[in-house]
Design a protein around this ligand. Sequence first.
Ligand SMILES: [Zn+2]
Length: 243
Amino acid sequence: MYLLYLDDSGSVQNASDRHIILAGVAVFERQPHWLSQKLDELALQIWPDNPHNLELRGADMLGGKKHWRGVERAKREAAYRVAMETLGQSPHVHIFGAIIHKAARSPIDPKEYAFEEICSRFDRFLARHHSRGNTQRGLIILDKSSYETSLQQLAQDFRLMGHRWGQLYNLMEVPLFVDSRATRMIQYADLVAHAMRRYYERGDSTYFDLFSQRLDAVGGVLHGLTHFKPPAEPCVCKACRMR
Ligand SMILES: [Zn+2]
């Protein structure tokens, strides 16, 4: 089974967020153990007394918030970098991301649109494996605390929407919700989504560049990234260049 850990970034209500971002990391079921260990090791270096309580989340790390307050900036940035390099250097990691310009997608709910994009791209990823004789089911795993961001509602409607889209042949029917504090893999998804936010909202590709080679792609064709933007707005991101 392939597991796709997803997290979102950006608020539908907050006018200063131009984009809604949904992003995540797909791995074969045996991979999370090893990847989680890497974040555990990082947490142990930063907070030896209580590493399991140290969540690695992009906004907290770069902003020096929550448990990261008091950790010097260079150390916080280095930890973020190491986490993203770990993904970038792992050949079995497949990254997916949907960056949806809210105003350009209006009146369609940008979050629902992002979720649909990611689900169908993950489904096609599994279909590709199936056509090569490796039949695997896919399970989507979401952060339990994302009530505010309406992912919860989307996930509840998942079966209904999946049928409406008419193309989710390889996914389990119900997404799984987990506590991000207990699941390092959700923290990876948050770090990826936040890195995409910095790139698409601020033009800062520092962290995005560290894992972008793991965006799902075959033979140079990029499948794992989609950027929905106003037609007249120029963009040189990987997704727009390939269009
Ligand atoms: Zn673009």
